[in-house]
Design a protein around this ligand. Structure first.
Ligand code: FMN
Length: 221
């Protein structure tokens, strides 16, 4: 395959400069066809990946599989909230009914010398590539984690184990209502043209106790 690097594209740039997630309640059927979804997934998998480890996996939920995951989420919710009202449980049961197609992006850690932190970032890159490819295919998409991505029973029910982190679930489909702009960072505050003495943390005092900073740099084994 002929690859591309450094090919000017105003269209791609314009997309990146104006891209927006949609609200999950503004997603509706139809979702992508199989051919479209395969293409989106192939684009998503084309990410920088130190060591060619492919430390990610895509889980596609369509049709009845969404109801089964809903039941799993509701079951875990009841376990943690035995006093929950039926309408609350029902809302949990319907979480995966909010889009015709949902793709879980799973970070699966691979053993070896490559830092776990880098492997996690590669999964994040795959999720963002997925989002961009979905948009460019004409669909709305939003990347959600919500509480159940961190629930051990839900993870086990999906067939995941301790190597796995859910980067997020990509909810996608047609768009009911176009999104509006949201706040974006002040570029002056987040870009530094570095020179000596201009470190990122100049004057940025922080309370160390409020952070749960891993001691193990790179989270390597
Ligand atoms: C890892 C990750 C998890 C997220 N989880 C949620 C979530 O559970 N609920 C939510 O409202 N937004 C969540 N978001 C934020 C939305 O995906 C989205 O980025 C945000 O609404 C901003 O929209 P934008 O993509 O148009 O900038 C998450 C984003 C990331 C990167």
């Amino acid at each position: 395959m002929e690859v591309i690097a450094g090919k000017p594209s105003e269209e791609v740039l314009d997309y990146l400069l104006r891209r927006r997630s949609v609200k999950v309640q503004d997603i509706c059927a139809p979702g992508p066809s199989k051919v479209e979804l395969d293409r989106i997934l192939t684009a998503a998998a084309r990410v920088p990946d130190h060591g060619k480890l492919f430390p990610f996996h895509f889980m596609v939920f369509e049709g009845e599989a969404r109801e089964e995951v809903g039941a799993l989420i509701a079951e875990s919710y009841i376990k943690d909230n035995p006093e929950a009202r039926e309408d609350q449980v029902q809302a949990e049961r319907e979480r995966f009914m909010r889009a015709p197609t949902i793709v879980g992006v799973i970070s699966r850690l691979r053993p070896g010398k490559h830092p776990l932190w880098e492997q996690l970032m590669t999964a994040g890159a795959a999720a963002q590539n997925f989002s961009l490819a979905a948009h460019a295919s004409g669909y709305g998409v939003v990347w959600l984690s919500e509480w159940y991505s961190y629930h051990d029973d839900v993870k086990a029910g999906l067939g995941l184990d301790e190597r796995d982190h859910i980067a997020g679930f990509m909810f996608l489909g047609s768009i009911k209502d176009a999104p509006e702009e949201r706040d974006r960072p002040d570029m002056e505050k987040i870009v530094t043209h570095w020179r000596k003495g201009m470190a990122l943390n100049n004057g940025d005092h922080y309370d160390r106790e409020k952070f749960n900073i891993p001691k193990n740099k790179g989270f390597s084994a």
